[in-house]
Write a protein that binds this ligand. Sequence first.
Ligand code: DHB
Length: 312
Amino acid sequence: MEKIDISSNIKGIHLSSCIMNASGALCSSEKELLNLMNSSSGALITKSCTYYPRIGNEKPRYFEWSIGSINSMGLPNLGIDFYIDFFEKKDINKPIFLSISGFSMEENISILKKSNRSSKITAIELNLSCPNNNIEILGYNLKKVVQFLTYVFHISKKPIGVKLPPYFTDRHIKNMSSILNQFPISFVTCVNSVPNGMYIDIEKESVIIRPNQGFGGIGGKMIKPFALSNISKFYSYLKKNISIIGCGGISSGKDIFEHILCGANAVQIGTKFINEGITVFDRLRKELIEFLEKKNYKSINDFKGKLKTIDK
Ligand code: DHB
């Protein structure tokens, strides 16, 4: 039997497998990063970092149930210097994406300047969609996105991608796409957690997470339809040299197939990785290959972005 190729390419960055972790999922500490480096994930992305280390919000700040997850972590991370130093000393065998989520333009610029100096960081994922920083979700303020990206492309020497929040109307995605098309962006990651939801513990008659009166970003199975609509719409509006990384609601090989069919080049695993641990990458890889075998596809390019609509 011919070999099935699930490798991918994000604007010249080669991924031996199209499956990687989502930022925020088990990618903050030394131990977690080592685990990811030794796994079968095709790339590694860090927890969104700030300039200085942060302990984040008070616990409980994450909860998971059968069809979803809720979080209000508050950006716990070890600070940019830790992430740069960590990779500097390592032999790296896969692309390293640094996720950045400073609280101000100035903070992001300082982080970007530091990352320019690291030869081990392959690319940057700018987080325009953190739902828990009590300021605003940058990705929903299109004017600020233009200002921000103009600045960023003057500073950064690395390939840049943006992690977007989910959008809920065609118009919003069209407008965002025409902004992104004006910049030399390498990739767009769709979608971050859905802002904002609430989960209730009926026994205690209480919210389930402590920060923000129980308000938090929603991930997991229940957000897959929003991830798919965003990937598909962005695929139709973005210039074809901008890759899309799908994120949201993946727990099986078939879910990955759906993301790629909508136009994703690679996928990120968040809630399911937290739930299942590092072996999730082996399982999903196997499930995707078996599914493609049944479909008689040889590589992801055979079906990427080929989602059909129903004609009149
Ligand atoms: C956090 C949550 C996010 O969804 C995100 O994109 C960045 C940070 C957090 O609360 O730590």
